[in-house]
Design a binder for this molecule. Structure first.
Ligand SMILES: *Cc1c(COP(=O)(O)O)cnc(C)c1O
Length: 502
């Protein structure tokens, strides 16, 4: 299987190269030339397999330049840190007690080392990269640079820590992250990791990192140190492909729980930000997973809801900070891949849309494309009050605790059912542990958190609900602090060179 760009006709490359390059030279994203097909028999056979084996099977469909034993090794190393053996379990909720044939499966993607769904891919990417370096004959180390507003930084650190031939350096805004997020990062172990606070806000950290990527002088100096810069952001194909696996696994869990029969269609609902997670569900659908509809759930930053309703993507709008911060996004980068596939690879048209997005801040898709998207997607957005209401309602009804993002998905699918009276079984992506957003969850449950600090909140939620505190958060208050460096934004490049020379 070869990969091409969404924006021009390039000489197709294999997956190892796509994973190392991240972004195509024309600014486009790498996409598979053809989407592989799977049969119902293959899906049925996954029933007897572990999550690691299911994942390796799926990776093998796309990463054909990797050997089976290599993919097996990647999935073992990626998922042995997940705190339950099922890795990605599905909890069955019956959404409407009067209608027991309408189950909702909550697919828990947050049993990894940082308690959020990005672990599923970020635990895998470093191993895919390390093997890719060997495949292309690259002997330099790669240095992953990350600017983070909190969660991605820790997930990337946890993934890359002590992975051979890689180094990782994370910059975070000194005052811009929560106490728990900061502690998670500055206690990170590993010989190849560095965490540095930047005096300023997230934009300062991000602009600093962008500047370093674009600075030829720094790249040349790093070259002399035998180090090559790279990024781990969510448009990398190596982050997307591990996500496709769990939709197959989730379907198989519904089969095993006798909620569906082989071949029955399901609906998948996904709380969406950068459009990576739901795009993985789209690939699963295109491969032959029986899926009737994809529900794109957004918060009040509802640029995608409007896009699917009108065909106009318009980023010129007010930006809201919400209790679902991982969905506070106005440019959903991975949407570009969907548009490419649904125009049968019309890279000229995609180039034009992306150019308009860049210069005008908006574009409108043509009728033909809009009609095709309508067949697959249903989009809905959810207010903050509704999000809190659903956390409480689902907890009261089922004793099941949702984080804010996962509640957006459940609320959106409930609106879908209300409007369409379609009671097809639904698989809903649950993207974070409730303990990742403890304050908002406590508030939703009617508790006052005035003056209660982050750690006391964990205990408070535990006392209230008995839900287990994830190990990584429970152990945090006693962990040793290993990274205390703080720098000005104009000192970031220096810090990178110093770390690279270590
Ligand atoms: C990143 C994230 C999302 C959004 O996923 P995308 O792939 O960016 O659409 C949703 N929920 C949580 C908790 C996240 O961390």
């Amino acid at each position: 299987m070869k990969y091409t760009s969404t924006r021009s006709k390039i000489t197709p490359i294999n997956s190892a190269e796509a994973i190392l390059q991240g972004l195509a030279e024309d600014g486009g994203l790498f996409v598979p030339e053809k989407i592989p097909k799977v049969s119902l028999e293959e899906i049925d056979a996954l029933k007897e397999k572990s999550y690691e084996e299911r994942s390796a099977w799926l990776l093998g469909k796309f990463l054909t330049d990797y050997k089976d034993y290599e993919l097996g090794e990647c999935t073992e190393l990626a998922y042995n840190w997940f705190d339950i053996t099922a890795r990605v379990p599905v909890a069955i909720l019956i959404q409407d007690p009067k209608n027991p044939v309408a189950p909702v499966g909550s697919m828990e993607l947050w049993h990894g080392p940082t308690s959020a769904f990005k672990d599923v891919a970020l635990q895998m990417l470093p191993h895919l990269m390390r093997m890719a370096l060997k495949k292309v004959g690259e002997t330099k180390d790669i240095l992953i640079l990350v600017a983070t507003s909190g969660d991605t930084g820790k997930a990337a650190l946890a993934g890359f820590a002590d992975v051979p031939q890689t180094k990782i350096m994370v910059f975070y805004p000194e005052e811009g992250v929560s106490k728990i997020q900061k502690l998670q990062m500055i206690t990170q172990r590993g010989k190849n990791v560095n965490v540095t606070a930047v005096k300023g806000n997230f934009d300062d950290a991000q602009n600093g990192v962008k500047k370093i990527f674009n600075d030829k002088k720094i790249r040349d100096e790093l070259d002399k140190l035998n180090v090559k810069l790279s990024s781990a952001n969510s448009i990398n194909w190596g982050r997307l492909v591990p996500q496709i696996a769990y939709y197959f696994s989730g379907y198989v869990e519904l089969l095993k729980a006798k909620q569906v029969e082989l071949g029955d269609k399901i609906i998948i609902s996904v709380p969406t930000g950068n459009f990576g997670n739901i795009l993985a569900a789209y690939y699963a659908l295109k491969m032959g997973l029986p899926v009737k509809k994809l529900i794109c759930a957004s918060n009040v930053n509802n640029v995608l809801t409007e896009f699917f309703a009108t065909g106009v993507y318009n980023r010129n709008r007010t930006f809201f900070k919400t209790i679902t911060p991982s969905m506070d996004i106005l440019i959903s980068s991975n949407l570009e891949r969907l548009l490419y596939h649904e125009t049968d690879g019309n890279y000229k048209l995609i180039s034009r849309y992306m150019n308009e997005l860049n210069t005008l801040g908006k574009y409108k898709v043509d009728k033909k494309l809009k009609t095709r998207l309508d067949k697959i997607f249903y989009a809905e957005y959810v207010t903050e009050d509704e999000t809190r209401e659903f956390i409480k309602r689902v907890y009261d009804s089922f004793g099941y605790l949702l984080d804010t993002h996962s509640a957006v998905s459940i609320c959106a699918l409930s609106k879908y059912r209300g409007k369409t009276k379609d009671f097809t079984p639904i698989l809903s992506a649950s993207t974070a542990s409730p303990y990742k957003f403890t304050g908002a969850v406590l508030t939703a449950l009617g508790q006052s958190i005035d003056g209660v600090d982050d750690f006391a909140q964990l205990k408070m939620l535990n006392n209230l609900t008995n839900a287990k505190i994830p190990r990584n958060l429970a152990e945090l208050s006693d962990a040793e602090i290993l990274h205390e460096d703080v720098c000005n934004k104009d000192e970031m490049a220096d810090r990178v060179l110093k770390f690279a020379a270590k």
